[in-house]
Design a protein around this ligand. Structure first.
Ligand SMILES: C[S@@+](CC[C@H](N)C(=O)[O-])C[C@H]1O[C@@H](n2cnc3c(N)ncnc32)[C@H](O)[C@@H]1O
Length: 287
């Protein structure tokens, strides 16, 4: 297998297995429904992966979706890198020529192209499954809002936990990252959630040259992994009517959390929510 795509670690396969299990169950659950089924892979890659530790070759999300026994009515892939998008087109044309009529591979930014796809589909007659699998902080909160507004898309989002945690320094000097975190989490509520006033403030901190913030206070981080995880899930819950409370944390070899694999449903139908959540939670708890 020759691919330009190299990334990830041991969690990459776990992530793909969770996602593929849901995808297969989703296609069974919707098989007798009148809706058309749409697959959107917004960080599609090439369809093939060599993990960055060089230990594994894996079949990527795009190829797994195309190879599933049951089929979607339409497949959209978005990939930011031209070379990878070309490789994926080649995979479609050579390995899945019978699907090429219903497959589109876009090269561009996931946020922009996803907005375009969502605009072009009439969501009264379609149901979507979306995979958001970025390397880091590429997904804008506004994109999640656009997805939620369709009321028709189930989404798996690999949230960049360690990237966020790195942008939240212990000493409260997060100014460099403020805009990026706001873009990732939708507003600045994280500042009060993850920081408190430093109880160690001394008289020296009140002097003009001290390193306190504008209003004369100094902040320190007051959050741990569970707190950050719960906050991310609660933020998703502000725009999606239903979010799994059992996201999977993927950790590196030093046991540091790297990503949070989240599942959210945009449908407002209690029946659809119950079914989707039951499937996703079953997979998240067992796989
Ligand atoms: C983690 S990989 C996705 C892997 C893929 N889901 C798979 O299983 O093979 C992230 C991919 O997103 C692409 N990418 C990075 N930034 C992007 C952006 N802003 N828009 C679209 N694609 C982007 C990268 O080139 C890379 O192929």
């Amino acid at each position: 297998m020759v691919t330009s795509q190299k990334f990830g670690g041991k969690w990459t396969e776990e992530k793909l297995n969770i996602f593929t299990s849901y995808l297969e169950a989703y296609l069974i659950a919707l098989q007798n429904q009148k809706f058309k089924k749409i697959y959107i892979d917004a960080f599609a890659g090439t369809g093939e992966i060599e993990t960055s530790d060089g230990e594994q070759y894996l079949v990527g999300s795009a190829k797994r979706a195309l190879a599933a026994d049951r089929k979607f009515d339409r497949y959209y892939f978005i990939e930011g890198d031209e070379k990878k998008a070309a490789e994926l087109r080649e995979v479609v044309n050579t390995e899945f020529p019978y699907l090429s009529r219903i497959v589109t591979v876009y090269c561009g930014d996931a946020n922009d192209k996803l907005a375009q796809i969502i605009r072009d589909v009439d969501w009264r007659y379609n149901r979507g499954l979306l995979f958001l699998d970025p390397y880091a902080t590429q997904v804008n909160w506004t994109t999640l809002e656009t997805v939620a507004r369709t009321k028709s898309i189930d989404v798996w989002y690999l949230f960049p936990f360690s990237a966020l945690n790195r942008m939240l320094p212990k000493n409260g000097k997060y100014e460099t990252w403020e805009n990026c975190i706001d873009r990732l989490l939708g507003d600045d509520g994280w500042q009060t959630e993850f920081y408190k006033e430093d109880p160690q403030m001394s008289l020296f901190d009140l002097l003009p040259d001290s390193e306190t913030s504008n209003n004369g206070t100094r902040k320190v981080k007051d959050s741990n992994t569970d707190h950050i995880k719960d906050y991310i899930i609660s933020r998703l819950g502000t725009i999606f009517p239903c979010v799994s409370k059992h996201p999977r944390i993927f950790r590196n070899s030093r046991n540091s959390p790297m990503f949070l694999f989240c599942f959210a449903i945009s449908s407002e139908s209690p029946k659809a929510q119950r079914l989707a959540l039951r499937i996703a939670d079953h997979i998240l708890k067992n796989k």
